[in-house]
Design a protein around this ligand. Structure first.
Ligand SMILES: Cc1cc2nc3c(=O)[nH]c(=O)nc-3n(C[C@H](O)[C@H](O)[C@H](O)COP(=O)(O)OP(=O)(O)OC[C@H]3O[C@@H](n4cnc5c(N)ncnc54)[C@H](O)[C@@H]3O)c2cc1C
Length: 442
């Protein structure tokens, strides 16, 4: 079946296999022809080619909750359980995810394998910081439990391991206590990039922070943004009429077909960004809102990836060290603005320190994520941006990537050799590999 990641670029004719037990998975692996590679597939929300291979091992039927300890918040579940399913069951009981990406339609296995980050990285680190242990099925069919203290190297390689050490079968994760399903949100307008970066530092106490940038603004307005800060609201902060732990589900819209590519012109992006910026009418405002629009604004539009048309799109997410942030981000935004490459989605976040899994993306600094429709000249322009990112000591997020070079991967990830040596031990025959791992010579 023709398959792609969320960006619809690239595509591959893949064979899908699914399983709901360790035994079934072992049988599938034994039946794979020698030399044919396979990779785990969760909900396919990685953008590029990290969950693409000739054979896709879908974990979606491996989706049971196993146990929950309400004294500690430890949830044990299978890896195909989605974050949406966890929220559905646990928010009404007063528990929330410790870290969540910008969509809830990802699996626990996918969240661990990309070591995803949320809007609270500066406070709480990445997803793997909240994993007590995980079980991984290796290429020889054995299942090994690993954690930060048990089989540590395997743990450090499997979190942010993109499925290349084996298939995560189940994991124990620590949920966090909440009083309500609401977020106390503060919105702050920043006139330019300098103000946006200062704003992150002016509000360091907030658990969640993210800025939406208008990446087409230029000159003195370059990098003008809307910064959103959030805290889980207490019972007292939620209006009396609302049950604090239930929330209203927003209406879902759907993009029914791939848009023609002309639909997403610079003009439409400019109009959208302008509207978004002016909608935040005052320089700072406060509100108590449902957690869904705060964490998952795009989930309310089903298949929004289709607005980029059949040729698909690429998400370019980079992190630059804090000291290089201002200059580096300015240069990147100037290039994009000059090229007239609009991005509906332009998100800036602050990362805290990270010294975890070998290939974890996060490191202290600022991360910028931009979406670009795949059109003529794009790949070349991104290569030019790579040079800037490399010069400023930054790196690219593999879970969003479909095109970086092996050199860029190597320069961004100094622990790549540690990762390779674990992989060599657990999968010398490269049973598990993806289009991406081959492209990047991981
Ligand atoms: C709208 C949107 C917003 C996003 N926001 C963020 C964000 O804020 N922060 C962030 O970090 N990411 C973000 N992402 C990316 C997303 O969180 C990651 O790509 C995540 O890994 C996707 O999970 P998935 O279940 O869809 O996995 P897939 O896309 O299917 O796979 C992703 C990787 O995980 C591996 N994998 C999946 N399951 C297993 C398993 N059981 N065992 C071993 N390996 C496995 C795959 O082989 C692949 O390498 C966003 C994506 C979208 C579409």
């Amino acid at each position: 079946m023709l398959t792609s990641g969320w960006g619809q670029y690239p595509t591959i004719d893949a064979q899908w296999r699914s399983f709901d037990s360790e035994k079934q998975l072992q049988k599938i692996l034994e039946s794979l022809p020698h030399g044919k590679s396979a990779i785990a597939r969760g909900l396919g929300r990685s953008y590029g080619d990290s969950s693409l291979a000739e054979t896709l091992l879908s974990t979606r039927r491996l989706n049971r909750f196993i146990s929950f300890d309400d004294a500690t918040g430890e949830l044990v579940c299978e890896s195909g359980v989605s974050l949406a399913e966890i929220l559905e069951v646990f928010v009404p009981r007063g528990w929330f995810l410790p870290v969540t990406p910008g969509t809830k339609f990802v699996t626990v296995g996918g969240a661990i394998a990309s070591d995803v980050h949320g809007k609270n990285h500066h406070k709480d680190g990445s997803f793997s910081n909240h994993v007590n242990w995980l079980d991984v099925l290796l290429a020889d069919g054995t299942v090994v439990r690993c954690s930060a203290t048990q089989n540590t190297e395997l743990f450090l390689a499997t979190c942010a391991g993109y499925g290349l050490t084996g298939i995560i079968l189940q994991a124990a994760i620590r949920l966090k206590n909440i009083e309500t399903a609401y977020i106390r949100q503060k919105t702050v307008k920043a006139k330019n990039l300098g103000e946006a970066l200062s704003a992150f530092n002016e509000y360091p106490g907030w658990t969640y922070s993210v800025a939406w940038i208008d990446c087409l603004s230029r000159g003195a307005k370059l990098g003008r943004s809307v910064l959103m800060l959030g805290e889980h609201a207490s019972k007292e902060e939620v209006p009396r009429a609302h049950d604090p732990l239930t929330h209203e589900r927003g209406r879902k819209f759907s993009v029914p077909v791939d848009f023609p590519s002309f639909a997403l012109s610079t003009l439409t992006v400019r109009a959208f960004n302008s509207l978004y910026y002016t909608k935040a009418s005052v320089s700072s405002s406060d509100a108590v809102i449902d957690y869904e629009p705060f964490f998952y604004p795009l989930d309310s539009i089903k298949n929004w990836n289709r607005i980029y048309g059949k040729r698909g799109f690429v998400q370019y997410q980079v992190v630059l060290p804090k000291e290089a942030g201002r200059e580096g981000l300015t240069k990147i935004l100037e290039r994009i603005s000059a090229a007239g490459r609009g991005s509906f989605l332009a998100v800036l976040k602050l990362f805290g320190k990270e010294d975890g899994p070998y290939l974890s993306f996060a490191k202290e600094g600022y991360t910028l994520a931009l979406d670009f429709a795949v059109t003529a000249g794009l790949l070349k322009e991104l290569e030019e941006l790579d040079v800037l990112v490399k010069d400023f000591g930054g790196r690219i997020y593999p879970t969003k990537d479909a095109r970086m070079s092996p050199e860029m991967m190597k320069s961004g990830y100094p622990k790549l050799d540690s990762f390779r040596s674990v992989r060599e031990k657990v999968d010398p025959g490269r049973r598990f590999s993806s289009l991406q791992s081959r492209r990047l010579a991981i």
